[in-house]
Design a protein around this ligand. Structure first.
Ligand code: NAD
Length: 252
């Protein structure tokens, strides 16, 4: 059966396990007919992925801490799978010490690390992918409304997400003439590996759940379905946007 992504080849970066938002996205993209290439951070995560992905699932190594690895990963993708129609960047990391307590105690090293992995990496990825992105391609990243509000303990990641959202706007303007769109999904809180790094994350998840319109947290597949729309030709009029997929948490 044809879907809104039939005939498209898309890269998904950031699957760690089946709870990952990137995995919910992968399932949604495949359901809509896309061919998906996964990237993984390191060999340990590659082994974790091999436990649940299809045997013939294309996978390429890419640790975004290193610009050369990013270039290498996209060169490999082009050589092995050809040009691509877009990608999902679902990657973030911050030192635990910058995700608790007083934000004023943030160190320069902690600041740099979170910004590099969680915000700068989108720029490096867009640059590396640019020569192999087809006209009409779409880039999607994941953010959280801690970029706009001072959410307890989200601290450094909130600042990194604010930078990430600004990156989306500047990249959208740069890449627009090449017919490449760039958008972000601001997702509601989901219990993933990344969230467990935040001090008192159970309270954060509970608070977020209570703030949804129906008391039920957003599902990764619901986030993935919106990602599928943003990667499809149904959304050609949208770029530089941040779209909430949080079941109304941002309304409060
Ligand atoms: P996750 O732990 O499943 O995924 C995070 C991914 O980032 C992992 O696959 C990890 O390998 C990858 N990563 C970290 N450092 C990397 C590096 N140096 N190189 C390559 N990959 C690296 O958690 P998640 O919650 O699914 O996170 C995905 C994205 O969604 C993140 O940007 C996160 O901030 C965002 N987000 C999460 C929530 C939530 O509540 N879980 C809400 C809104 C936005």
């Amino acid at each position: 059966m044809d879907g809104i992504l039939t005939g498209k080849t898309l890269v998904v970066m950031g699957v760690a396990n089946q709870r990952s938002i990137a995995w919910g996205c992968t399932e949604a993209l495949i359901a809509q007919g896309a061919r998906v290439i996964l990237t993984y951070q390191n060999d340990r995560l590659k082994q974790s992925l091999q436990r649940f992905v299809a045997k013939d699932q294309p996978m390429v190594a890419c640790d975004v801490a290193d610009d050369d690895q990013i270039e290498q990963a996209f060169a490999t993708i082009k050589a092995e799978y050809g040009e691509i129609d877009g990608l999902i960047h679902a990657i973030a990391y911050a030192d635990k010490a910058t995700l608790e307590g007083d934000f004023v105690e943030t160190t320069k090293a902690g600041y740099d690390l979170a910004q590099n992995i969680s915000a700068y990496s989108l720029i490096a990825i867009a640059r590396a992918a640019r020569p192999m992105l087809k006209p009409g391609a779409s880039l999607v990243t994941l953010t959280y409304f801690g970029s706009e509000r001072a959410v307890p303990n989200y601290n450094m990641m909130g600042v990194a997400k604010a930078a990430l959202e600004a990156n989306v706007r500047y990249l959208a303007r740069d890449l627009g003439p090449q017919e490449i769109r760039v958008n972000a999904i601001s997702a509601g809180a989901v219990k993933t590996l990344a969230v467990t790094g935040i001090h008192e994350h159970r309270q954060l998840l509970k608070l977020s759940q209570n703030m949804t319109v129906d008391g039920v947290p957003v599902k990764t597949r619901e986030i993935g379905n919106v990602a599928a729309f943003l990667l499809s030709d149904l959304s050609t009029g949208m770029t530089g946007d941040v779209i909430y997929v949080d079941k109304g948490v941002h309304l409060s």
